[in-house]
Design a protein around this ligand. Structure first.
Ligand code: MEV
Length: 443
């Protein structure tokens, strides 16, 4: 039976671990050993990680892989990807190579506006509220100057603030709906600080607005927070080539492949059950790069899926067509990313990942991430509509199964060789390991 604890966050790291292992583990020494196995021997580096969050007890590793040969707007990139799923980096690399030989990826940033809102309750006359808002709007911006000065120097800042009437949805509910340009920063702290300042000024100035009644003066701020829905922070990635150039060998013509591929995209456009899996495959690429570059993948996920439902039905993020003998495959997605601030200047591997990408601006990173998503979707649909997904997946999963059985390097080599010409299934791999081990014992 586990127990509650008061003041846990104030305990030292080693006392926290003592409490955890004694409360939850039968083999306390083993649990401690595993936790400590992942500590970094460089104490400064470990302290940096300890201080990212509260109550750190160890580090959680994910592999950082790279997918080379991405030609984006005629410049070559090797894309860093942090992900645990066996086939993702291999699929990205394959798609990169395929499109490298066909002109590469073309990308462009469509817009970079981010949104934040002050949600408030006002019980009174809307016309008076509008007059108050118009009067106080310059002051909202003026009172935020200490927060916005640096961003403005670099060309960003507050774009606009609107008053929105939401009383059709909730009685007395209104918003200050603000738009921002945050340049190379993801901008969450900047936006939230501005919004909290707007809320303060708005509430205080309402008390002084002569036309308001005593009740109208009492504006009740519910909350001030940025939105992770960023349909106007949009990037486009695209590949195209002659239909006949899509064919790699004689097993399928370019035209047959293109038509099947487009059918698969069309299905994801109209069928939400398929669209979710289709988009999940896109997010395999996107999240991996977002994570490797120290960005907030939960924000990206939430914003992208909301965008995929913007017409009232969850749908494919990618689209494909043939026009005048040219196959085009593209995607437009919202991505609010940063290449300065947050983890980008703190985590040594994030810094390394950004350097690998030629130290991109946030706009360039948006394009790289979109390409990783499009490439991933291309690779998945290509497998799904030709060989089926399991052939590639199980080949990549083979190593995981071998590791589950503690295979040594020699066993791994022999069995990998065997499965170059045999179908990988879990039971076939187990059988192969057992056979190999029995024959070893006999010899
Ligand atoms: C697996 O992680 C992703 C796929 O299911 C995506 C798809 O079906 O398009 C292969």
């Amino acid at each position: 039976m586990s127990k509650s604890i008061a003041g846990f966050s104030k305990l030292s790291k080693s006392k926290k671990i003592d409490w955890i292992v004694e409360t939850y583990f039968s083999n306390t020494e083993d649990a401690k050993r595993i936790l400590k196995q992942y500590w970094n021997t460089d104490e400064k580096l470990q302290q940096l990680h300890d201080e990212f969050i509260e109550n750190t007890i160890t580090n959680y590793y994910l592999p950082l892989g790279v997918a080379p040969n991405f030609l984006i707007n005629d410049k070559l990139y090797t894309i860093p990807m942090a992900i645990e799923e066996s086939s993702v980096v291999a699929a990205a690399s394959k798609a990169a190579k395929f499109w490298l030989e066909r002109g590469g990826f073309k990308t462009r940033v469509i817009s970079t506006t981010k949104i934040g809102q002050v949600h408030f309750i006002y019980k009174g006359d809307y016309e008076k509220l509008k007059r108050f808002f118009n009067k106080t709007k310059p002051k909202l911006i003026q009172d935020s100057k200490s927060i916005t000065a640096n961003m403005e120097k670099r060309g960003g800042g507050i774009i606009d603030i609107e008053l929105r009437d939401k009383t059709a949805d909730i009685d007395h509910y209104y918003q200050l709906h603000a738009s921002f340009e945050t340049l190379d920063a993801m901008g969450a702290n900047f936006i939230n600080s501005c919004l909290e300042q707007f809320a303060k000024t708005f509430k205080n100035d309402a008390l002084l607005f002569q036309a308001f009644s005593a009740e109208e003066k009492q504006i009740d701020i519910v909350m001030s927070i940025l939105s992770n829905y960023v349909p106007n922070c949009l990037v486009r990635a695209e590949v195209s080539c002659k239909v006949e150039d899509l064919s790699e060998d004689s097993s399928m013509s370019g035209e047959t492949f293109a038509n099947k591929f487009i059918q698969a995209v069309n299905i994801a456009e109209v069928e939400p059950y398929r669209a979710v899996t289709h988009n999940k495959g896109i997010m395999n690429g996107i999240d991996a790069v977002v994570l490797a570059t120290g960005n907030d993948f939960r924000a990206v996920e939430a914003g992208v899926h909301a965008y995929a439902s913007r017409h009232g039905r969850y749908s494919s993020l990618t689209h494909a067509k043939i026009e005048n003998g040219i196959f085009t495959f593209w995607m437009e997605i919202p991505l609010a990313l940063g290449t300065v601030g947050g983890l980008t200047g703190l985590h040594p591997l994030v810094k390394l990942a950004l350097e690998l990408l030629h130290k991109p601006s946030a706009k360039m990173l948006m394009q790289i991430v979109a390409v990783a998503g499009l490439a991933q979707n291309f690779a998945a649909l290509r497998s799904l509509t030709t060989t089926g997904i399991q052939q590639g997946h199980m080949k990549m999963h083979l190593m995981n199964i071998l590791n589950q059985f503690d295979a040594n390097n020699e066993e791994k080599q022999t069995i990998t060789e065997h499965f170059k010409t045999n179908v990988v299934t879990h039971s076939a791999v187990v059988e192969a390991i057992n056979k190999l081990r029995v024959s070893k014992l006999r010899s």
